[in-house]
Design a protein around this ligand. Structure first.
Ligand code: GDP
Ligand code: MG
Length: 177
């Protein structure tokens, strides 16, 4: 067992109002508060996973609509060891934004690309669904990403799985380096 503590920088990306802050706060505190400001911040949490201490640094980004510049900055991508890319299943446009951001990510760091887990959030609002699970899964498959459909509002467990899966992917990518 490796007793050394590892640091993992995780960048939250996705359109406005898809639940990036809700996901971050859920992971950090297990709670769902309901309303979150648009404050760009980095949070930390230490966990023990498979006997190893893992320090999560989580950058909860704010999506700014600006057609002139790319919505993912080089600074963000240089910082990140892994990305959680969020869209809402009831917001078609947020799925389009996720596709665009994924392309930006995959273009920016060739040949070694950053691990990404795609999160289809707000599963509890399935009556208003406008993005099918298959579309999300296909996007993830075609870009070698993890994929989870979750309701951050309803459960903590699904959110925990997202972050743990990403840590696995980051470990794999580090082992390959
Ligand atoms: P951000 O702009 O991506 O950071 O989105 P927020 O985390 O601020 O969330 C935007 C809104 O969506 C807030 O009103 C949240 O309460 C709501 N929200 C987040 N996750 C869920 C979810 O799983 N289900 C539902 N119904 N609402 C959610
Ligand atoms: Mg936010």
């Amino acid at each position: 067992v490796n007793q050394q503590r590892v640091e993992v920088n995780i960048l939250l990306l996705g359109a406005h109002s898809v639940g990036k802050s809700a996901l971050t706060v859920r992971f950090l505190t297990r709670r769902f508060i309901g309303e979150y400001g648009d404050i760009e911040s980095v949070f930390s949490r230490v966990d023990r996973i498979d006997g190893q201490e893992v320090c999560f640094n989580i950058w909860d980004s704010v999506y700014t609509q600006d057609n002139k510049s790319l919505s993912v900055s080089d600074k963000q991508l240089q910082w990140a060891d892994g990305v959680v890319l969020v869209y809402s299943i009831c917001d078609r446009r947020s799925f389009d934004v996720a596709c665009q951001q994924l392309q930006q990510i995959r273009r920016s760091r060739k040949p070694s690309s950053v691990p990404v887990v795609i999160v289809a959030n707000k599963r509890d609002l399935h009556r208003h669904r406008s993005v099918s699970s298959e579309e999300g899964r296909l996007l993830a498959l075609s870009h070698h990403c993890g994929f989870f459909e979750v309701s951050t509002a309803e459960t903590y467990h699904g959110v925990l799985l997202v972050f743990h899966r990403l840590v696995d992917l980051v470990r794999e990518s580090r082992a390959l380096r």
